[in-house]
Write a protein that binds this ligand. Structure first.
Ligand code: NAP
Ligand code: GDD
Length: 349
């Protein structure tokens, strides 16, 4: 039985990865943060399963800012594979907490890699690198060799981690890999990221639970959105490769935030028409002219990433990885799940 350590196990990706690895027969150890309220909702179904807790899943308190504790966890768990997913992962928030973001998303990676080197634990290491590294894109579509141009404290911190992984691989011969993942979403996506913010609000609006419009920032930015469960499978494949390398996972399709909004309303058979420009732009339901989208400059970023689209040919060729869920299906999966949640909650009340 292989043993895996997942930092960020309570996050969107960590929860799907824990499920996947348990299914594959791994003993999974997850690092969680102490918090004043429960932060394990995404893994509660595993945690509450008596066949899983303390036999297939083990949780350890820890924090990416605390080296001594990372050392202790590595020493105790002696993992075969480490998936470093923990991060302050919100790009806009990183402009407000840049130093903390650098501590966790940059130095945190160095702390684990150095603990691996010092404890000689011999694990394979996966780093959650990101398409945000490409930032002000130098090439379309982006591939593994496209030059980086980060545009936020988050991306700059992740750039430090990216190169630390490469350096520890070359300097100390560690099996350390970057997965450069483009945006991936799911019904478990945090509610402050644009896709989930939209799907939750669209459901409330269409079911009469919200009469105010959705307030959004830049709806013209373009993203390459995939489906998170497929991307965590890609993470696992990265660590099963014959030799350590860096891989880009994406769908090779790009869509605007505006299209995401339109597609989410289309789930309910509604069309949107737009009036005004820039901060004055508004979206209305074609059926009854209800105002449903408004621009709020609060959500603008000091520097934006305008366009992301990734070519995943290397992952397809070397790992046999290919995404199946594309844009329309992804939006449907997310809206359907939020609709079910909404109806279940309303039944309870
Ligand atoms: P997420 O849902 O925000 O989860 C982040 C996880 O990190 C949570 O478990 C969080 O714990 C934990 N964490 C945050 N700060 C920590 C700290 N100081 N010490 C220990 N744990 C900490 O993010 P995600 O979408 O699953 O993404 C996973 C990773 O992939 C992140 O590194 C992200 O930057 C990267 N990434 C994501 C995408 C994407 O589209 N989702 C694309 C490329 C790269 P709490 O639950 O306690 O907050
Ligand atoms: N969050 C948010 N909220 N974004 C908005 C909003 C809003 O109200 N309105 C417009 N946007 C735009 C953002 O300006 C950005 O261009 C786009 O929607 C996507 O924003 P997010 O969903 O916050 O994701 P992200 O692309 O910035 O970052 C995510 O993907 C990265 C991979 O490219 C995160 O998961 C990062 O952790 C990840 O590295």
């Amino acid at each position: 039985m292989k043993t895996a350590l997942i930092t960020g196990v309570t996050g969107q990706d960590g929860s799907y990865l824990a499920e996947l690895l348990i299914q594959k027969g791994y003993e999974v150890h997850g690092m969680i943060r102490r918090s004043s309220s429960f932060n394990t909702s995404r893994i509660d179904h595993l945690y509450n399963d008596p066949n899983v807790l303390h036999s297939k899943l083990f949780l350890h308190y820890g924090d990416m800012t605390d080296s001594s504790n990372l050392n202790r966890i590595l020493d105790r768990v002696k993992p075969d594979e480490i998936y470093n997913l923990a991060a302050q992962s919100h790009v806009k928030v990183s402009f407000e907490v840049p130093e903390y973001t650098a501590e966790v998303d940059g130095l945190g990676t160095l702390r684990i890699l150095d603990a691996m080197k010092e404890t000689q634990v011999g694990a394979k290491f996966y780093q959650a690198s990101t398409s945000e590294l490409f930032g002000k894109v130098q090439e379309v579509p982006q591939i593994e060799t496209t030059p980086f141009y980060p545009r936020s404290p988050y991306a700059v911190a992740k750039l430090f981690s990216y190169w630390t992984v490469v350096n520890y691989r070359e300097a100390y011969n560690l099996f350390a890999c970057n997965g450069i993942l483009f945006n991936h979403e799911s019904p478990r996506r945090g509610g402050t990221f644009v896709t989930r913010k939209i799907t939750q609000a669209v459901v409330r609006i269409m079911r009469g639970g919200q009469s105010t419009p959705i307030k959004l920032g830049n709806i013209n930015s373009q993203r390459d959105w995939g489906y998170a469960p497929e991307y965590v499978e890609g993470m696992w494949r990265v660590l099963q490769s014959a030799s350590p390398s860096d891989y880009l996972l994406a769908t090779n399709e790009t869509h605007t935030v505006r299209e995401f909004i339109e597609q989410a309303f289309a789930y309910f058979g509604e069309n949107i028409y737009w009036e005004g420009v820039d901060e004055s732009e508004k979206g209305f339901l074609r059926s009854n002219s209800q105002l449903v989208v408004e621009i709020d400059p609060y959500y603008y970023r000091p520097t934006e990433v305008d366009l992301l689209v990734g070519d995943y040919s290397k992952a397809k060729r070397e790992l046999g990885w290919e995404p199946k869920v594309k844009f329309d299906e992804l939006v449907s999966i997310m809206v359907r799940a939020d609709l079910e949640n909404y109806e279940n909650q309303n039944e309870k009340h």
